[in-house]
Design a protein around this ligand. Structure first.
Ligand code: GLN
Length: 538
């Protein structure tokens, strides 16, 4: 549609957690719905090479792409909104930037020069920003800059934006500054000063915001918009109100109403038309008008933080909308579960999902939970560690291997029903070394899995080091725990089911990463249906 790709930068001011990712994804949705080929990337100013080694308490869930990149959870929003896969190129950290520059220095490629933040680090940032644009696959690249303007660690990124604006020339770039307009209840007023200051901070680095997206709890008056425009050097129509929404899926329509897409396209001298949001709006309508309700227990150890299981929660929203069911997800902390309180904590649920995770903390509670749902025939979905817990529970309580465990939790267990994968045995470094990304799986006929996917071959995304131990396979199969999905090359068990139960499925992979608004994940849809059926039968 366009010859040279255009670049939109999204910076944040005043405060973190204003939702740059959602604004970027919503704008992208509006542009995509007008026919533009669009992608979004996130630049994270921390030193970790990727978020793979980060605890979910730090930045929430680690999102895994098709190509096996461990990335920021905002990439999940991009995929869920746009239904276009992202890749390693969509997430860059300061650690990764420095690593490539330092590697280059060690190879002698700087030919004796002093290596400096400017130009070497900024050049590498500029190169990374343009990788997606230069691929020829996109008309527009949106780059979200993590952190808040004024942070020391984001300075090189802002400098790279300043330089790129010069390099690429007028009308090829656009800077959106997401800011907060707080309401002071004592004064009964919305305040513009923090925004004025953050725009000024941006200007100190030579970057003028073209558009202000203002997060606010109350509508912005015309007078206030005029004031912001005047003080911040932007056109009045470029002051966009972003009022708190009841769901993130309302944000594209709110931005459309405010004309964000038009201001952006105008700045980039691209044609604008009426975005076709028919499918999107049909989804939002179903999401907001459920015909029934179910309660699913989410058993994990980071449940107090919404962001830790972001993709799972969103996958339930997509599946719920598809089935016109409101899915109430009840977080249940596995550390506080025991046989004595399990019936009280799980008895009222219509379905139970045991979450992914790492390490020993809270796993006995997960195992108790699986036992309870298995014995009471409550619909069960185990994801990654959740699937492994189901295998351990079955080994302990049905095969009577009382000390069965995963070697992740007990290296010396006499029955390592979950074992370290062969390919992991010599792995020393923790970062980026798991079995990651998309792998094949062949489904067995007459399984729930095949009914769900309606095909025999699937590909799903992974993130694990441990696996179902095939030495126990015959015993499991003979007593009723079936492996219904297997990797065709290695025989690694990807799916387990208990056909004797109505709906008991564990998956070694992460279906939640692939669920989008236009393509709710079939496994979540089936789990929601099974839970609804169970509720009706109760
Ligand atoms: N800790 C388990 C493993 O590494 C499960 C990982 C996960 O749940 N993502 O195999």
């Amino acid at each position: 549609m366009t010859t040279n790709p255009k670049y939109i930068f999204v910076t944040g001011g005043v405060s973190s957690s204003l939702g740059k990712g959602i604004i970027a994804a919503s704008l992208a949705k509006l542009l995509q719905s007008q026919g533009y080929r669009i992608t979004i990337q996130k630049l994270d100013p921390y030193i970790n090479i990727d978020p793979g080694t980060l605890n979910p308490y730090e930045h929430g869930e680690c999102y895994v792409t098709e190509d096996g990149a461990e990335t920021d959870l905002d990439l999940g929003h991009y995929e869920r909104f746009l239904n276009v896969p992202t890749s390693q190129a969509n997430n860059v950290t300061t650690g990764r930037i420095y690593q490539s520059v330092i590697d280059k220095e060690r190879r002698g490629e700087f030919l004796g020069k002093t290596v400096q933040v400017i130009p070497h680090i900024t050049d590498e940032i500029k190169r990374r920003i343009q990788i997606l644009g230069n691929s020829g696959d996109y008309d527009i690249v949106i780059t979200e800059i993590g952190g808040t303007v004024g942070d020391i660690e984001s300075l090189p990124y802002i400098e790279a934006v300043r330089q790129l604006e010069w390099d690429l020339g007028e009308h090829n770039t656009c800077v959106i500054h997401l800011t907060l307009v707080p309401y002071l209840s004592a004064a009964g007023e919305l305040k513009t000063k923090p925004t004025q200051h953050s725009v000024k901070t941006l200007m100190e680095s030579g970057v003028q915001a073209d558009i202000l997206v203002c997060r606010t709890e109350h509508p912005l008056s015309e007078g206030l918009k005029t004031k912001l425009a005047r003080f911040c050097n932007v056109k009045k129509e470029a002051v966009i109100e972003s009022i708190d929404a009841s769901t993130i899926y309302d944000v594209p329509n709110l931005m459309l109403h405010e004309g964000l897409d038009k201001v952006v396209l105008n700045q980039l001298q691209l044609e604008s038309s009426e975005p076709d949001l028919t499918r999107w709006n049909a989804f939002v309508k179903r999401h907001k008008n459920p015909k029934s309700e179910i309660t699913i227990g989410l058993i994990g150890k980071y449940v107090e933080l919404q962001d830790s299981y972001k993709s799972i929660l969103e996958a339930f929203i997509h599946a719920g909308a598809k089935k016109e069911v409101k899915v109430v997800v009840e977080p249940i902390h596995s550390e506080y579960l025991s046989e004595s309180n399990i019936a009280f904590k799980l008895g009222h649920l219509d379905g139970v999902l045991v979450a992914p995770g790492f390490g020993e903390r809270g796993i006995e509670g997960k195992i108790d939970a699986v036992k309870y749902v298995r014995e009471n025939n409550i619909p069960f979905l185990g994801i990654c560690l959740g699937m492994q817990m189901a295998v351990i529970e079955y080994a302990r309580n049905v095969l009577n291997l009382k000390a069965a465990n995963s070697v992740e939790m007990d290296e010396h267990t006499p029955d390592p029903v979950i074992n370290l994968m062969e390919s992991q045995k010599n792995v020393i470094n923790k970062g980026g070394t798991m079995r990651l990304g998309s792998w094949d799986c062949t489904l067995q006929s007459d399984s729930i899995a095949q009914q769900v996917y309606q095909t025999e071959q699937i590909k799903e995304r992974h993130r694990h080091r441990f696996e179902y131990n095939n030495d126990y396979k015959t015993r499991f199969e003979n007593s009723g725990l079936k492996s219904t999905g297997v990797n065709p090359e290695t025989g690694l068990v990807e799916i387990i089911e208990i056909p004797e139960n109505d709906w008991f499925v564990g998956v070694q992979y992460h279906p939640e990463y692939k669920s989008t608004v236009s393509n709710p994940h079939p496994l979540f849809v089936a789990f929601v249906s099974a839970s609804l059926k169970y509720k009706k039968k109760k």
